[in-house]
Design a protein around this ligand. Structure first.
Ligand SMILES: [Fe+2]
Ligand SMILES: [Fe+2]
Length: 169
């Protein structure tokens, strides 16, 4: 399996590097909470948007190009999560890892967006922002609520995400 340092080298020059670091920190904490493999989940968070620059004009390949490039470097179930994180590929989320990545991806996007507007980031403020964002981009709320399918309440999920986000601001 690829090391964390090698993974960082791969994503460093992509447009989504800071998003990848945030998603990775969140995935690690969620894995620890659920008793899953924190290294695998961290790497999936780090590498899920690896192909973003190549796939930008062909988003139904987003995640597929990355998983092909990562063949042999990550276990198959991790490659599947990367393919399934964007619904446009047609791969359906099945495992906890697949669902966690979808929830974390939207939570990372949302927190990156609201940190500019909110002085204080707490669970209630973020919950309110989820509703605001849902008016125009309903999929973020839908994605974040996938946390319930992996056994986490929205509050606990956001608390974990906020904790790892603060360390990466
Ligand atoms: Fe993505
Ligand atoms: Fe992403």
């Amino acid at each position: 399996m690829i090391s964390k340092n090698e993974a960082i080298k791969l994503v460093k020059n992509t447009a989504k590097f800071s998003h990848a670091l945030i998603a990775s920190a969140m995935m690690k904490k969620i894995a620890e909470r659920l008793g899953e493999s924190s290294l695998e989940w961290e790497l999936v968070g780090l590498l899920h948007d690896l192909d973003i620059d190549e796939a930008r004009n062909n988003m139904n390949k987003h995640g597929i190009i990355a998983s092909e490039a990562l063949k042999g470097k990550l276990p198959e179930h991790c490659l599947y999560a990367i393919k399934a994180h964007d619904h446009r590929t047609g791969f359906k989320p099945e495992s906890n890892l697949d669902k966690a990545l979808i929830a974390v991806d939207s939570a990372a996007v949302l927190l990156e967006h609201v940190r500019r507007q909110l002085m204080e980031l707490d669970v209630e403020a973020v919950k309110a922002q989820i509703e605001v964002v849902a008016l125009e981009q309903p999929w973020h709320k839908r994605n974040i609520l996938k946390c319930r399918e992996i056994g986490l309440s929205l509050e606990e999920f956001l608390l974990i995400c906020l904790g790892s986000f603060e360390g990466n601001r």
